[in-house]
Design a protein around this ligand. Sequence first.
Ligand SMILES: NC(=O)c1ccc[n+]([C@@H]2O[C@H](COP(=O)([O-])OP(=O)(O)OC[C@H]3O[C@@H](n4cnc5c(N)ncnc54)[C@H](O)[C@@H]3O)[C@@H](O)[C@H]2O)c1
Length: 419
Amino acid sequence: MTSAPPAQSPLATAHAQLAVAVRHLGYDEGLHANLATPRREIHVSVPLRMDSGEVRLFHGYRVQHNVSRGPGKGGLRYHPDVDIDEVRALAMWMTWKCAIVDLPYGGAKGGVDIDPRRHSLSELERVTRRYTSEIMPLIGPDTDIMAPDMGTDEQTMAWVMDTYSVNRGYTIPGVVTGKPIAVGGSLGRGTATSAGIVHVTEAALRSAGEVLEGRTVAIQGFGKVGSHAAQIFERRGARVVAVSDVEGGVRSEDGLDVARLVGHVAATGSVTGFEGGDPISNAELLALDVDVLVPAAIQGVIDDATAHDVRARLVVEGANGPTTTAGDAVLAAKGVTVVPDVLANAGGVVVSYFEWVQANQAYWWTEREIAEKLEHRMVTAYDDVAEHARRDGLSLRDAALTIGVKRVAEAHKTRGLYP
Ligand SMILES: NC(=O)c1ccc[n+]([C@@H]2O[C@H](COP(=O)([O-])OP(=O)(O)OC[C@H]3O[C@@H](n4cnc5c(N)ncnc54)[C@H](O)[C@@H]3O)[C@@H](O)[C@H]2O)c1
């Protein structure tokens, strides 16, 4: 029996992508090493008193990959597989992402190796408060700003903000983004990543002389990103023919009734068992003959094995790192256009930036202002990347990375090296 080759780790994928951009930009080894290495990282123990009285220990991390363009910015992930290398990769992607959409931020990320589905709300609150107090010296509205990611949500951000504020002695909303409106969250933040995915999908179709209306879409992951993307795609006239989550998926050739599906998920916790479609596995979803495939769950799902089966013409990466380097090469050889994660899912951090600006000014914008500014940023960034790709004969990923890495390197060079 032959065993499958080891999957490429997110950090290996992130390093391989950086190496391509560095080669294209002609940077030397010293600068490459600087761009590849986190500025700071912290590992913390997170003991949790369970509701039963038993104590369990989890491991937490916060990595600030780069702060040349501004404070660290990045999500907090709760997932049992979280480790320091995954957090390093996610932090590095945040650096390039913020630069590509031209935000005054560096890149950071945090995580705890806990499975939130196995814990009560009060256990999650205790874990969040303990993790926050352990990493407190490193975070703050001017140093490193957190946001939700996989397994965390606006309630998690409210606990982080409260823990940080109580310890400082006054309310500091700017230490997190993606928090509830009641404590200084921004209108439109909850749907921003998904809205951005739809904007870049429309831009990519437009550049091929097509429109979104009537196109078929399959989405892997039905969490914060996937479920809102499904709703927005449907509202814009696309047909959402399949979605999935960690338990499995559902499909309907005529298009799923997304509002009913959202109700089903609210009632049961999963898309599986939905009566308005037929069951489908995650592997089958990735191989569907659709116009647009949106991986919006976890990293590494399109690798050299699964990429051969992809029949979509356009892959729009909602998740971070869903395509490995080998998977990318297979898609490129098949002529599949990939809108990379660092561009496609940047809508979340764009509106996080709007939330931080609003919190710092204590002045709130309307939902319409936010939606217009988001669309403008996403479409401008897409057009920049597409133009760069055309001019230099690069894929959208290599063009996006090149733009992001160059902006960070320029900030780094202009500031000079201390001392
Ligand atoms: N939330 C944001 O604003 C944001 C912004 C940018 C990027 N992202 C990225 O988007 C992805 C999803 O984030 P989210 O915030 O929606 O998380 P979430 O926890 O709200 O949802 C994750 C979804 O993925 C599914 N899933 C998990 N493991 C899976 C597997 N092995 N196979 C199939 N489905 C699986 C879950 O069941 C769930 O439906 C992550 O890669 C995250 O880093 C999120």
